[in-house]
Write a protein that binds this ligand. Structure first.
Ligand SMILES: [Fe+2]
Length: 248
């Protein structure tokens, strides 16, 4: 099975991903060993936490691609971004420079810290749709969805065409966010909500160690065919700019 990942932190020295090209290559090798052959690098675009590195990212991305190519690592790479839903996204939308999941694509990876329904947010999502842009919600299982307003916003987004990407490592309870995240991701899976699972790899040894088990957990829960859709066909469709047709 050839896997595809639409959410990774592989561009070195620009966010909380790998600090060096060597570490980035370690992460990429690990992805290749797991069967990933098409991978989007999605550096954070969240200037409240990370510096604005847009001028530097394409060069470091090409450096990674060249280094991977010269060691014969057969992984096709795309460049995207992981937006925090807030000022940076609004600013890039205003200037027409939203970084999609690959050139010419319509999908934009967006993370929410807390879903909250506000008219301004709904209007913005509507304006995105008028320009043909579709949000892909990054790991909503990690967001605060404790209030009914948060659940309303999530349902509004999904009801209006947003796609949902969950993190593989959310399936492995001890990784960072606690068992409630695992409960939530399993609930989303059981409701058939996620279109894709991703590694959200930051290139740490702990993530690399846990990923095989996370894939096993997903397979045990949904079976081989749906795992293939969530880790292969669907994300591949998204990077091709198409809505996934396979089982969600
Ligand atoms: Fe991420």
């Amino acid at each position: 099975m050839e896997l595809c990942d639409i959410h990774t932190h592989l561009v070195y020295g620009v966010d909380d991903g790998p600090p060096s090209l060597d570490e980035a290559l370690k992460g990429l090798r690990a992805l290749r060993d797991l069967g990933f052959t098409l991978v989007a690098a999605t550096p954070h675009r969240r200037t409240a936490l990370f510096p604005d590195m847009r001028a530097e990212i394409p060069r470091r991305f090409e450096e990674l691609r060249a280094a991977a190519g010269s060691e014969g690592l057969r992984v096709e790479l795309r460049l995207g971004a992981e937006y925090f839903f807030g000022d940076d996204l609004f600013e890039d939308f205003g200037s027409g420079g939203v970084q999609r999941l690959g050139a010419g694509n319509k999908f934009v990876l967006v993370e929410f810290q807390k879903f909250s329904i506000q008219e301004f947010h709904k209007n913005f999502i509507f304006k995105m749709s008028l320009r043909g842009l579709v949000p892909v919600l990054a790991h909503p299982e990690r967001a605060d969805m404790s209030s009914s307003s948060a659940r309303d916003m999530f349902d509004y987004l999904v009801g209006n065409g947003a796609l949902v990407q969950c993190d593989l490592l959310s399936l492995v309870g001890e990784f960072g966010w606690g068992t409630h995240t695992t409960d939530r991701v399993l609930e989303l899976v059981d409701r058939g909500i996620p279109a894709a699972f991703s590694t959200d790899l930051h290139c740490t040894a702990r993530e690399i160690e846990l990923l095989p088990r996370a894939i096993e957990v997903l397979t045990a829960r949904v079976g081989v065919e749906r795992t293939a859709a969530l880790l292969g066909d669907n994300p591949r469709q998204i990077l091709a700019g198409k809505r996934p047709k396979g089982p969600a």
